[in-house]
Write a protein that binds this ligand. Structure first.
Ligand code: 13P
Length: 245
């Protein structure tokens, strides 16, 4: 199982010129990487501009087509040869009101369309302080995966992103990440079985930088990383990819 390094550019950069330049620098930097898989998730409009690396979208709608102004379907993404879609990112949950139910509908639609899912879960600072971390992770997993079959779960990568660690510089410790990753595997094994749990890739995300990235893979049992801010700097991102080889 190769480690997976996902760049989530979020709402960046502002111009096509910057986007193309960043993509080309990353592409060049990771061209010799053999033992890690790299996925770039730019804003929708940049997706058709890029060739040569695996691409993912940051979101999509659960409907197929029709009168849904402003939405993008999984089928549109499939037509563009996009392989992955990030679903359930905490910023979608927080700013765009996405509930576990919406996340579940989106996951189903993406899978039915033949794309793969990067399914984000993670507790907020308040939930963690209240001792509710595992309860929240279990609920997000069970609700998000409701009705997803043993075959379908193979097309899902789970990303553990503690909300308090996102964009704060306060990355989750290796020990705490390891216990969350183990807990997530345990829940998946309860829903499906041990074999499926062992084969599900679980990523860590939240203030990942090149000086902490390697330890999540080597010591926390993560199968890759979901990188936000640091993926907007090609040199830094390429170092992160190298640390995951
Ligand atoms: P940062 O790496 O900027 O903390 O963002 C993490 C994230 O949300 C990736 O999806």
């Amino acid at each position: 199982m190769k480690n997976l390094i996902v760049a989530n550019w979020k709402l960046n950069p502002t111009t096509q010129k910057e986007a193309k330049s960043l993509f080309e620098k990353i592409k060049k930097g990771v061209s010799r990487i053999k033992n890690a898989e790299v996925i770039i998730c730019p804003p929708f409009v940049y997706l058709p501009l890029f060739k040569g690396l695996t691409l993912g979208a940051q979101n999509c709608f659960f409907g197929e087509k029709g009168a849904f102004t402003g939405e993008i379907s999984a089928s549109i993404l499939k037509d563009l040869k996009i392989e992955y879609v990030i679903i359930g990112h905490s910023e979608r949950r927080e700013y765009f009101g996405e509930t576990d139910e919406v996340v579940n509908k989106k996951i189903k639609k993406v899978l039915q369309t033949g794309l793969k899912v990067i399914f984000c879960i993670g507790e907020t600072a308040e939930e963690r302080d209240a001792g509710k971390k595992t309860e929240v992770l279990e609920r997000q997993l069970r609700e998000g995966l409701k009705g997803i079959t043993k075959e379908e779960i193979k097309k899902i990568v789970v990303a553990y992103e503690p909300v308090w660690a996102i964009g704060t510089g306060n990355n989750c410790s290796v020990d705490e990440t390891m216990s969350s990753v183990l807990f997530i595997r345990k829940v998946i094994s309860t829903i499906y079985n041990r074999g499926i749990a062992d084969n599900t890739r679980i990523l860590y995300g939240g203030s990942v930088k090149s000086d902490n990235s390697g330890s999540y893979i080597k010591n926390a049992g993560a199968n890759g990383l979901l990188v936000g801010g640091a993926s907007l700097n090609a040199e830094e991102f390429n170092k992160i990819v190298k640390s995951a080889e």
